[in-house]
Design a protein around this ligand. Sequence first.
Ligand code: AHG
Ligand code: MN
Ligand code: MN
Length: 338
Amino acid sequence: MNQFEVTTLNEFILDNQSKFPKAEGDLSHLLHHVGTAAKIINREVNKAGLVDILGEMGSTNVQGEDQKKLDVYANDHFISALHSCGEVCAIASEENETFIFFDDERSRLGKYVFLMDPLDGSSNIDVNVSIGTIFSIYKRKTKVGEKATMEDFLQPGDEQVAAGYVLYGSSTMLVYTTGQGISGFTLDPSIGEFCLSHQVIKSPEDGYIYSINEGNYLKFPAGVKQYMKYCQEKDPASNRPYSSRYIGSLVSDIHRNLLKGGIFMYPVTESAPKGKLRLLYECNPIAFIVEQAGGRATDGHQRIMALKPTSLHQRVPFYAGSKNMVTKVEEFIKVFGG
Ligand code: AHG
Ligand code: MN
Ligand code: MN
């Protein structure tokens, strides 16, 4: 691609749409609105500190977590952007107790439901460390025109029609998949467009980075502790000891490991006996992306996207990244427990 040949997100979406004879353009239209909402959030993230958008909201969300002003800002903007696009009949968010049904004539006819973590890595906002947005899109199960129900949201990750994330980092990137591989787009602020920067992202089968919050070590399952020791042992033939890298923002840790190779782990901990990460709007969309890049994503025993969800904010243990690394930690969990 020469320097003048720019493929914008919208061009890429439309080009890809023509590959799906059955596509009626509604998913393309929806993805276009995701891009627009991401640009709006990016604008606020990039000037955070200059406007009154940092710090606590003084409220807690359904998770019992203190909401940051940017959590609420991102949530509100994604909800209004997706409401205005008319392709989504209902939306579920980490920041809302239950789903929001868009009960207007146009949205009722929307074929999709949308799930999101509007701002991932909130603890990093006030200290200028990268954060993200994660989204997951399903075809509704209920009849078009009717009210959405929880059945539309409690679908296994394998049913996702699209998923992706936005990374507000040193540059702002949007990475998404519709099941035909993953591609990455970098926002060019000079033209306000997400431009194709990573045509195809494939994750190395092996990696030499492990990401985990070591502060929880004492309470990790025995299999995870043994795997961490394996990562830290000296064995030049297998490039060990690996490097430990942990940003505390799932999107950032996953994105680095996707490109360089590596494993991200969030096992059960004392404060999160079922795991911390939410199945529907963190683990499933990231698992879709990771698998499409040739990686693996499990709960330590089975594929994340095969799990049948039972509740909107359900949490699961999460191991995702280079295929051989995730397989290895599963072997340790099998032998030592986890
Ligand atoms: P969120 O900010 O949406 O609540 O997500 C934070 C998540 C995830 O981004 C990150 O990997 C993990 O929490 C970090 O948790 P610890 O601080 O417990 O390590
Ligand atoms: Mn999150
Ligand atoms: Mn969040």
